[in-house]
Design a protein around this ligand. Sequence first.
Ligand code: CA
Length: 227
Amino acid sequence: MRVLLIEDETLLREQLTRQLRAHGYAVDAAATGGEGQYLGSEHPFDAAIVDLGLPDISGIDVIRHWRQHGRRLPVLILTAQGRWQDKVAGLEAGADDYLVKPFQLEELLARLNALQRRAAGWAQAVIECGPVRLDTHRQQLWVAGQPVELTAYEYRLLSYLILHAGKVISKTELTDHMYEQDFDRDSNVLEVLVGRLRRKLDPDDCLQPIETLRGRGYRFVLDCVSS
Ligand code: CA
């Protein structure tokens, strides 16, 4: 999952970027409203975290701009304590949720996860697809009741496919949502990751959960429900 962070306080921006990456997110960070607005307009993100008090364009205006131009990515705003008007203005501009500074990382992660999940149409954090069970909150996978360890990239890839189960996802879309802007993308890496996931999910090759559609991409084919 790829997240855009717009925060002008250097210390907080760098700390959040590190922490989000440590929790498996690809993070593009912007220090100004202008840069953030541009990134959010030009690149596909799964969610944006937007500080409202920015030096140039306000976070409210950034969100308003995105919404006026049809950008529907989930947006979580960061507001200063005691500024309840900011929350209202942010939500009215099109934000989906808010956090008041200072906040706990766990709360940010939980809200971010819920926003992405709901944007993809899932009501609950756990998604079950036959014997495959993905807990999007704990970032844990089970197959036939057994926990399966995934690397951060494997998790990003699998969770994206499962959140969009049944849909054909192109390699471009997958890399756009897995890697940061400056990352050296290589579609061979994606094929290797898919191969590894297949072996982890389906060591006996009887389930075949990930279908390859030549020239079009991949599709997670098991029926999924969230619980
Ligand atoms: Ca600020």
